[in-house]
Design a binder for this molecule. Structure first.
Ligand code: MSP
Length: 649
């Protein structure tokens, strides 16, 4: 069914019962990292995430909030999409189970299962956890009444229901898992499923409910709604058109290469899901990978436990890349790990500011100082150069191997080994000594070339985890040709041409005063209050002298990137290029401009306005805009002919 070189990856679809937190972000960033990596290495990639919007829990939450369920979920979905935008998550499809096409497809699936006698009608009596939307047997309950997953009390439910004949497929699934060791990863999870559920014997699964109505109605018996896990699991294929009008995507991408799930939902994805796919004659995903939990003080972080960390305040301070790096680096994928602000800040300072940031800064500064910013051609390589070149050349295959095994932390460690080697190479070759007189110039050319090329390679490799930093590194190296930022371009050392001009920018990751930031973060992540937009009354201003005007330094700047600022509906955060220099500027025009349309435009920056810290970000200047009488604000643009950095006056 599948073309060569396609790669379909999915996250679980999240319950929109409240704001998503850093635990859900963990899964989604992992999927995004993998999708970016596969795209970069030439795969036709499709990345699904979305929301699981039906069920009793959502219905109750909506009631508590005094909203109808659809309005309730719509609001959270909008927020979820903003979070993914903030985290630089580039999904191909955002699947919602309230989507009418999905609903229709689920009804068809349900009927097909009934028609082929995999589903039958009977009476159900059992323990149900509304929080996890899961049924449990008496022996599985904790102390006779607690849900084994979340610990909350279960409810005794008795109702007429439809059942799926799981028992019929149990032996087939045991055999399948034994024959396909790669199917459930890590392997310990496969053993757990076999021992705890499959070998003791599967019970038929209750697949409809009558006690609430917020779900997909069974069309031939409308007092029933389809069990939310059936509704949810099938999103992975209805998103591709299964049981819909056009299944081109299904033909192209199914089966998925990898489905990421948290360890709490392995059972659903490795028992019910494969059995139901098989019953419908669909192939199974190649792999279901269960990652660990992000813990907070050794407890699972979860909305229902209330011990939650949210990404926006962290991103507002340190940027999405820093958080993405931390999530992917801190714990091996598959294991649990504790989230702490201190560990995050330590990683930023040591790995990002010290190791990587300093390397880039030192190298571009030396290129500036010794060669006017121009990348020199290398001369004959010596042993010390060749050692670093060999390590840099060995890096992409090692990185790929770790990434293909979803070992993000290991993959990053491989990169950081070379980052450290580069820093050691600077100490060994002592470019500042070579730069003392002309006799050192030929060696200095080689040393700085080797460093610049190694940094280019590092810049390419970190792209899946830190897309913005990758771009910034390449910009600082003066790379304009996109061919020099591709996976293929790092196969052999030396693709970076000499003659390019580096553009020293701001530090990639400014050093953090850890104790000060920790205190601020632990005060409840309170961002600084957002400045109220001023609606000027346009009083007549006094006449000024030319000297007054001369005090203003205004320049034309090109918008490198622009995005809505986390947690603010007024501010846009710009990264601007003034030619020789880049700046970050905040502007209160979010209501009037779509950030995506501003990238590449030339705007006018008041450069010598005192910097101002807003919500943890230092705004270095003010963008000029014009204000309509109704208070709406529109940026002023400069003609495309005008160069970046051109003075206005
Ligand atoms: N809606 C179901 C999934 C249906 S998929 C067909 C669901 N939603 S959830 O919102 O509760 O959880 C979604 C995912 O987030 C799960 O994989 C879960 O493991 C993950 N996480 C929730 N809290 C987490 C942490 N604290 N750490 C890591 N992952 C976490 O289950």
């Amino acid at each position: 069914m599948q073309d060569r070189k396609t790669f379909y990856i999915t996250t679980p679809i999240y319950y929109p019962s409240g704001k998503l937190h850093i635990g859900n972000t963990y899964t989604t960033v992992a999927a995004d990292t993998m999708a970016r990596f596969k795209k970069m290495t030439g795969y036709d990639t499709y990345f699904l995430t979305g929301t699981d919007e039906h069920g009793q829990k959502i219905e109750r939450r909506a009631q508590e909030a005094g909203k109808d369920p659809q309005t309730f979920v719509d609001e959270i979905v909008a927020d979820t999409k903003k979070l993914w935008q903030l985290m630089d998550v580039e999904y191909d499809v955002f699947m919602r189970t309230t989507d009418p096409d999905h609903v229709k497809a689920i009804q068809r699936i349900f009927r097909r299962m009934l028609d082929q006698d995999d589903i039958y009608r009977s009476v159900y009596e059992g323990q149900y956890c509304a929080s996890c939307e899961a049924f449990w047997t008496a022996t599985q309950l904790v102390d006779g009444h607690g849900c084994p997953d979340c610990g909350k009390p279960t409810e005794l439910v008795q109702e007429e229901s439809y059942f799926f004949r799981m028992s019929k497929y149990q032996d087939w699934l045991i055999q399948y898992i034994e024959d396909h060791p790669e199917f459930i990863q890590p392997p310990s999870r496969a053993n757990e499923m076999l021992q705890n559920f499959l070998r003791p014997g599967l019970q038929d699964l209750c697949v409809s409910r009558t006690t609430f109505s917020w779900g997909v109605p069974v069309d031939f018996d409308p007092k029933h709604v389809v069990y939310v896990w059936i509704d949810a699991l099938f999103n992975y294929v209805t998103a591709l058109g299964y049981m819909g009008d056009d299944d081109t995507l299904l033909q192209k991408y199914w089966p998925a290469q990898v489905q990421l799930v948290g360890k709490d939902i392995v059972r659903f994805h490795t028992i019910y899901w494969p059995i139901m796919l098989h019953s419908l004659g669909l192939p199974l995903p190649r792999q279901v990978f269960a990652h660990g939990w992000l813990l907070f003080g050794n407890d699972k972080m979860s909305k229902s436990k209330g011990n939650v960390v949210y990404p926006p305040p962290i991103v507002a301070r340190y940027g999405a890349d820093a958080l993405r790096y931390y999530l992917m680096r801190e714990m091996p994928f598959g294991a649990d790990g504790n989230y702490t602000n201190r560990a995050l800040l330590n990683r930023i300072n040591s790995d990002l500011a010290n190791d990587l940031g300093n390397l880039v800064r030192r190298t571009t500064a030396m290129l500036d100082k010794y060669f006017g910013g121009v990348i020199p051609a290398p001369n004959a390589y010596e042993a010390v150069d060749q050692a670093l070149i060999d390590k840099t050349e060995a890096l992409p295959p090692a990185f790929e191997e770790e990434m293909d095994a979803l070992q993000f932390s290991q993959a990053l460690q491989e990169v950081w080994r070379v980052v450290s080697e580069c820093n050691r190479y600077i100490d060994l070759t002592q470019p500042w000594v070579l730069g003392r007189d002309e006799s050192g110039t030929p060696r200095l050319q080689t040393v700085l070339y080797v460093l610049a090329e190694a940094i280019r390679v590092i810049g390419v490799l970190i792209y899946p985890v830190m897309p913005t930093t990758s771009r910034r590194i390449h910009q600082q190296l003066g790379i304009e040709d996109e061919a020099l930022t591709t996976w293929d371009s790092i196969n052999t050392f030396g693709a970076l041409p000499s003659g390019g001009k580096v553009q020293q920018g701001e530090a990639l990751f400014p050093r953090i005063d850890i104790e000060k930031d920790l205190a601020e973060l632990e005060q409840g992540d309170q961002p600084e209050p957002e400045p109220e937009p001023t609606v000027p009354e346009t009083p007549a201003k006094p006449e000024i002298a030319f000297d007054d005007f001369e005090k203003l330094s205004m320049k034309v700047a090109r918008v490198i990137s622009c995005e809505a600022m986390a947690g603010s509906d007024k501010l846009l955060q710009f990264r601007l290029s003034l030619g020789q220099e880049e700046r970050t500027v905040l502007s209160g025009i979010a209501k009037y401009h779509d950030p995506a349309t501003l990238v590449g435009r030339k705007v006018i920056l008041l450069c010598n306005l005192a910097p101002r810290k807003i919500r943890g970000v230092v705004s270095e200047g003010m963008l000029l805009s014009a204000e309509n009488p109704d208070g709406s604000l529109y940026l002023l643009f400069a003609d495309d002919q005008v160069q970046e950095g051109a003075e206005i006056g």
